[in-house]
Design a protein around this ligand. Sequence first.
Ligand SMILES: [Zn+2]
Length: 260
Amino acid sequence: MTSFPASVQEGIEFAAELFRKAKGAVVLTGAGLSTPSGIPDFRSEGTGLWSHDEPLEVASLNTFRTQPEKFYAWFRPLAGQIFNAKPNQAHIALAHLEEAGHIRSVATQNIDMLHQKAGSRNVIEMHGTLKTFSCTQCFQQTDSLPFLKPFVERGEMPRCPHCGALLKPDVILFGEQLPQKALSAAQHDCRACDLMLVAGSSLEVLPVASLPMQALDRGAHLIIINNSPTYLDVRADAVLTGDVAEVIPAIAEMVFNGRN
Ligand SMILES: [Zn+2]
């Protein structure tokens, strides 16, 4: 078992107590949840993904439309990392908590499908997903799996099986609206929950960053686990600074086997 500093251990015990008492907890996860699985934060600079291109420029709808080769050249290493990634202990612990009825839903900013791979069922993907592609001409949606391997290994840009036009991954690029259905579902759950856990998100990207506020305004408890401060730390019941892949399993362990 990992041993934590006393303050973190205290926070873990407190968080576990809140989870045991909660009737419908909602979890909000960001890039930090997948970094232990080897997936860099594709919206942040300094991750190695950005050489000369600014993220706002290359990961944008505009670049995809005007220079798809440039977009796909940038996207290829990230797609490769996602293609090969496995869920880590944080994903697995959250799936166990959901299975045991302690979590209502997981709203995520990640596009990597690792929550689903870990066994989470009610996952709200607010920034889209790499699970599917959509055709830029006939708009039909198609499963990404047959296209990912040739794209990752040989750089073949994915083309629509129906009309041959270029496919776009169903991930939300800069300059694109968030999927309204996912956002509404997340808002609904956040407003109805009595406990919200934010994990691996610095809460910097709107409108997702406003979700915990909606939970707080309706009287929910808030736990934040992140390795850097967020604007809501001051309002959280507990702020745990540490590795999500260690802290979340420790909370789950205590929910299942702890005292009380
Ligand atoms: Zn098509």
